[in-house]
Design a protein around this ligand. Structure first.
Ligand code: 5GP
Length: 144
């Protein structure tokens, strides 16, 4: 059986090292959050642990408390920032499950009754919309 290993050149590792830009909304010692550039709904954000792991399956359980504390913070702020009726939290593990970037991350997606999610990781959002949504989410996080 082939064991999948962490690739330090994945796009999120580059964002974490500051080698690639991101619409960052939150950062602490252990976690970071930024906007998804191909959102499945307006305001779609991602929360990552800084510690490297491909996904939930190989992660050190010691990171889950800080990761899910930030997931809750961002989910609460997202609901306020986008006046959402609900928040979907998703996390994919390996390609068969829909994972496309191999650094553990959690999707935070504002939801409204009757509005379907857009297709996963397909359409790039306009820079000005991503920037405006990051501003809204950042402001809600600061106020929280
Ligand atoms: P996964 O399929 O691995 O759970 O999700 C990866 C997510 O990252 C997708 O929703 C995709 O839209 C998003 N994504 C892919 N490349 C980039 C990027 O360069 N920057 C940001 N901010 N998001 C990305």
């Amino acid at each position: 059986m082939t064991v999948a290993v962490y690739d330090p050149n994945n796009i999120f590792a580059k964002i974490l090292r500051g080698e690639m830009p991101a619409y960052k909304v939150y950062e602490d010692d252990q976690t970071i959050a930024f906007m998804d550039v191909m959102p499945q709904a307006n305001g779609h954000a991602l929360v990552l642990p800084k510690a490297p792991s491909r996904n939930l399956l190989d992660a050190d359980p010691a990171i889950f408390a800080s990761l899910f504390s930030t997931v809750q913070k961002v989910a609460r702020a997202s609901k306020k920032a986008f006046d959402a009726e609900g928040i979907t939290v998703i996390q994919f593990n390996e390609a068969a499950a829909g994972q496309t970037v191999y650094h553990l991350h959690v999707h935070i997606i504002p939801r409204f009754e009757g509005v379907e999610l857009k297709i996963h990781a397909r359409d790039m959002e306009k820079a000005e919309i991503l920037a405006a949504n990051a501003d809204r989410l950042r402001a809600a996080l600061k106020a929280s």
